[in-house]
Structures are given as C-alpha cells and as structure tokens.
Design a protein around this ligand. Structure first.
Ligand SMILES: [Zn+2]
Length: 397
C-alpha cells in the first residue's frame, strides 16, 4: 500500500502524455491474456510489441491505410487497432473480456501498464519544448547502469566504451552484478579485482577522451541489507543497490527499501520498484518516505530506461523531484543495442520536469567523483527531533 503521512505535500503530477500506441498495444495484450492457446497468445503479443516499437503514431498509420504493413499485425489485431482509432475503445476486446472467465487476469495486467511510454510517445517527450534547464540528450554525458561479459552482459567492457563514445558520451559507470546474484553470473571479489585492473588500463588508454567509473549492482536482500559487506562496497567508486527478489508481494516493503538507501556506500537506488510491463507490479512501498530518505542521504534514484522496466516512471519521478532527490538516468543495458534505453529515461525525466543539475549523468567527472566518494562516508550524526529525522534538507553533494 502506498500511504501518505499527514503533513507531507504531494508533488503536482505531470499530465500523462497521449500515447495511442501504448493504448492500442494494451488492447492486444488484453486479447493475448484471453487466448486458449500459445500460438494465438503469441500472435497478439507480437503485434502489440510491434506497435509499441513504432516511431509513427498508430493514428497516422491507420489513417494512411498502412496498418497491415506493420510487421506481425494480422487481420484480428488490425481490426482491434482500427476500432481503437475510430472510437477510443474496442468493442471486440470488451466483449471478449466480458465473456471470459479470465477477466480478472486482464484487470490485473492493466494495472501493470501504468506510466509506460511507447517508442512514439518517448520521441514526442524528447522533442517537446522544455526550459533550457530541463535535462536533455545534449546535456547527457554518460550512463551509470550497464552490464558486460564480467557478469550477464553480452559484450566486453571495451565494446561498451566504443559504443558509448559512438553515442557522444564521455563517461560510463560499469555495474556488473555482485556475487549475491549467481543467476546473473555475479562477480566474485577476485573477479572484481581483475575487472578493476582492466578498467585502470582502459582509463589509461582513453585518458582525456573517456572515463570509466567502477561500479557494481548490489542486491537488496529481504531485510534491506545488501549482499556486499561495507568493506567490499568501498572497493567500488559507486554502488547501485537494486531489488531483484520479493517483487510480486502485496505487502508493504518500505522498511526494506529505506534500509537499502540508508546503507553506507550506496550511490544509486536501481530500478526502485522492480516492476515489469504487463506481468509484475514490483515492490509496494511508501515512495514518498523512500524518496525523502534518498534525498537526505544524497542517493540518486534511478530512472531505468529498459523498455520493460521504465522504473521510476515520470509519475513517481515527479514525486521524487518534489522530495529533493537526485536522479540517475540509466539504460541497464546488457548489450550495446540496449544503450539507447537512456532515451526512455531522459523522456520520463523531461515529462517529470527534472532539471539537468539534479541528474548525475550530466555532471562533470570531478563532480561525480566527489559525490561518489561522499556516499562512502557514514552519515553525520544529528540530534533527532522527537525521534524523527529532520526533513526538508537538500541532498549533500
Ligand atoms: Zn538489476
């Protein structure tokens, strides 16, 4: 349950973008959930995926008579999309849901599509005019969550650097998985030592052109502690702490998530909810308290741009901005092709109205180093006021 304590202000919510492509694709996802066999399920899902990946508006595609030219959109899917464009709804889907014994499945899945952006809506958000202070692709210097062959990524670190250089970036943070996540081929501390030698050599080779920051993606355990001990965390320039378990629980996990951002050494809270499009709601927590705690500790909250995650999305990001948070806009790429997911992160940040100055990806190498080093310091002890943490302070830089 998300709760709001008395006295807290609610940040103004940004208006949701008109995303017809996502709405049309959602109708096809509804149909997929109602299909009796894998083949027809797959057909609707594939059509839905093609539509969220379109660069053009589905409205324009239908109006120009080219809906059947979209790969994987067959006659049944085309009819539903046509109905949506004509009326804003689909009687075909409504009837199928009403007649199905799986209607509750559809209702549940619909709640797991909130705040996502289609490719078209993402591009619109990037192109929409905004104040110069708002984060933009031009202000973006580097991506701070990605994986290489040191854990479960598909490419070497050097290949990732080359690809980031090709995108016009001047730094990156490598965040292979820690040993606590063996399913993602998490690195032993011995492997970490070898990876750091490679990074040092690459930083020498790319000196003046590109800088690699030594990071790790640590795993937030059930009690909110991390799978890396404090002395192990110190071996990295920065730690991303992310939830990878207990992501389908209905009960509140605020205590777990608060403990994670309050752990010494944590610089970024990675994909804070752990949600997945259409299938997983992720962690339930009092996000306003979590964001206040992150702001207090100078921990950046991530807008993970992986299409299936989009976590935080612009709605929660606006709330985090209201609490004074810093942000990390990351691809969470496991291959060079996925590096473009930062476009989604930047699009959500623009919708939330986040200034570039609050986005670590826009900072200079020196400012990044200073901020990362400060995260390893224990928090200054302050007298508690009635046992509560003082609020309204801006993050320490
Ligand atoms: Zn992760």
């Amino acid at each position: 349950m998300v709760t709001h304590s008395r006295g807290r202000r609610r940040a103004p919510q940004p208006a949701p973008p008109q995303d017809d492509n996502l709405a049309a694709a959602s109708l096809l996802q509804d149909m997929a959930l109602l299909q009796p066999n894998e083949r027809s399920r797959f057909g609707y899902k594939r059509a839905a995926k093609a539509i969220v990946g379109l660069t053009a508006s589905i409205r324009d595609v239908v109006t120009s008579g080219s809906i059947r030219d979209v790969p994987f959109v067959g006659p049944a899917s085309a009819r539903i999309v046509q109905e949506y464009v004509d009326t804003g709804a689909s009687p075909t889907v409504d009837t199928a849901v009403a007649r199905s014994s799986h209607a509750s499945r559809v209702q549940a899945a619909r709640t797991m599509r909130g705040g996502f952006l289609s490719e078209h809506a993402m591009r619109q958000a990037l192109a929409a005019p905004a104040a110069d202070s708002i984060v933009s692709p031009d202000a973006f210097r580097g991506d701070f969550q990605m994986h290489s062959t040191w854990s479960d990524g598909g490419e070497s670190l050097e290949t990732m650097i080359d690809a980031c250089l090709g995108l016009g970036h001047s730094c990156l943070g490598i965040t292979d998985h820690s040993y606590g996540l063996p399913i993602a081929r998490g690195m032993s501390m011995d492997a970490v030592a070898r990876q750091h030698e490679e990074i040092d050599a690459l930083n020498r080779a790319f000196a003046g052109r590109f800088r690699v920051f030594k990071g790790i993606e640590a795993n937030i355990l059930a009690d909110g502690s991390l799978d890396l001990q404090p002395d192990e965390r110190r071996r990295f320039e920065f730690v991303v702490a992310s939830p990878h378990s207990l992501l389908r629980r209905a009960e509140d996990q605020t205590a777990r998530m608060l403990a994670a951002v309050q752990s010494t050494g944590v610089a970024i809270l990675g994909h804070p909810r752990g949600r997945i499009f259409n299938t997983r709601a992720g962690v339930q927590a009092d996000w306003q308290r979590e964001f206040a705690a992150a702001a207090e500790r100078g921990v950046a909250v991530e807008i993970d741009g992986n299409w299936h995650r989009q976590d935080l999305d612009y709605r929660l990001a606006a709330q985090a901005l209201g609490e004074g948070c810093l942000f990390a806009l990351d691809s969470d790429a496991h291959s060079i092709g996925e590096l473009r997911f930062t476009q989604y992160s930047i699009a959500h940040a623009r919708l939330a109205g986040i200034p570039a100055d609050r986005v670590i990806n826009c900072w200079s190498d020196d400012r990044l180093s200073e901020w990362m080093a400060a995260r390893h310091e224990p928090p200054p002890s302050r007298p508690a006021r009635n046992g509560t943490v003082a609020r309204g302070r801006r993050p320490v830089r």
